[in-house]
Write a protein that binds this ligand. Structure first.
Ligand SMILES: Cc1cc2nc3c(=O)[nH]c(=O)nc-3n(C[C@H](O)[C@H](O)[C@H](O)COP(=O)(O)OP(=O)(O)OC[C@H]3O[C@@H](n4cnc5c(N)ncnc54)[C@H](O)[C@@H]3O)c2cc1C
Ligand code: FES
Length: 283
């Protein structure tokens, strides 16, 4: 089966793209918090990407990816009409969504795409969803309009102050928690330092905090152990026990170390890919 790219939108040139993919069997079952593992070609690396949205009737899923290495760079060369070799999913436990009042969803960088699907699920069940979106500058902000269509509040923070609060999402979150004592849950999706910082901010307020761990994954079904992480002193596999966990219990230091364990091989693979691209262009 081929997974055709029906739509490609470049969100940030050379950096972040959105693909709508024909994947009816995934779309039928996908829930907020789920992810897929895909390959661009038969010999390609398996990479996990969050389902940022889905349309069961149209049989499509949406993914948003940041170009960080060989596979994401290769995927960014794909155009509408081309196909991915395989898309396996939905994987992972879906987000626990129940009617509970006010939920603050915090997203940083490409994590906003995943956060958007979770926020949508909370809004659909009737929770008051406050979205906090962060980026280095206003040109890198993602999904603000989409979030605005179902969140009564969308708060923005940029590192350079070009839009919204001048500073980090954690500043905005802290202020919101000080003003509003009735927040039932904070959900954070983004870079590891951001999720760790969010968990530190919410701890003194005693607010339930859910983070989505982007551990290295290979099979995505709990067999290989690649995604091992420690939560509350216990070993968990992010692919089948998560990817969402209690942010107050995650060993973020270990996660950071494990994410960097293949850096040399990743660098080599990217250099080889760039060399092949240059040769193909006749340089
Ligand atoms: C559950 C989950 C959901 C994710 N959702 C998204 C998403 O929606 N959008 C997005 O841009 N990124 C997402 N990621 C991260 C994404 O999988 C990596 O950026 C991608 O695998 C990098 O592959 P590469 O070949 O381009 O880069 P590489 O050069 O191979 O790696 C660059 C960095 O990406 C990470 N990485 C590499 N291989 C894997 C792997 N097999 N599994 C996980 N991380 C890896 C490592 O930190 C590594 O240092 C998600 C990760 C997980 C675990
Ligand atoms: S990715 Fe293999 S056990 Fe989780």
């Amino acid at each position: 089966m081929k997974y055709r790219i029906l739509k490609k939108t470049v969100l940030i040139p050379g950096q972040t793209s959105l693909l709508v993919i024909d994947a009816p069997h995934v779309a039928k079952k996908a829930k907020p918090g789920n992810f897929v593992i895909l390959r661009t070609s038969e010999k390609g690396e398996r990479i996990p990407l969050t389902i940022a949205d889905c349309d069961p009737e149209a049989g499509t899923i949406t993914i948003v990816f940041l170009v960080v290495g060989k596979t994401t760079a290769e995927m960014n060369t794909f155009e509408e009409g081309q196909s991915l070799h395989d898309v396996c999913g939905p994987l992972g436990r879906p987000t626990h969504i129940e009617k509970q009042g006010t939920v603050i969803c915090v997203g940083g960088g490409t994590g906003v795409a995943a956060m958007h699907h979770i926020a949508k699920g909370h809004a659909a069940i009737g929770n008051h969803v406050v979205a906090i979106v962060g980026a280095r500058n206003k040109d890198l902000l993602l999904f603000c309009n989409e979030l605005g269509s179902f969140c009564p509040e969308v708060l923005i923070a940029t590192d350079d102050g070009s839009m919204g609060h001048h500073g980090f999402v954690t500043d905005v979150l802290k202020e919101r928690l000080e003003q509003d004592k009735d927040v039932s849950e904070v959900v954070a999706v983004g870079p590891v330092p951001m999720m760790e910082a969010v968990s530190k901010v919410t701890k003194p307020f005693g607010v339930k905090t859910t983070v989505s761990l982007n551990a290295i994954m290979v099979d995505g079904i709990g067999m290989c152990g690649a995604c091992r992480c420690t939560v509350g002193g216990e070993t968990k596999f992010a692919c089948v026990d998560g990817p969402e966990f209690d942010g107050h219990k995650v060993d973020f230091g270990e996660l950071r170390l494990r994410l960097g364990q293949f850096r040399d091989q990743e660098k080599q693979s990217m250099e080889l890919f760039q060399h092949k691209c240059h040769c193909a262009e006749g340089k």
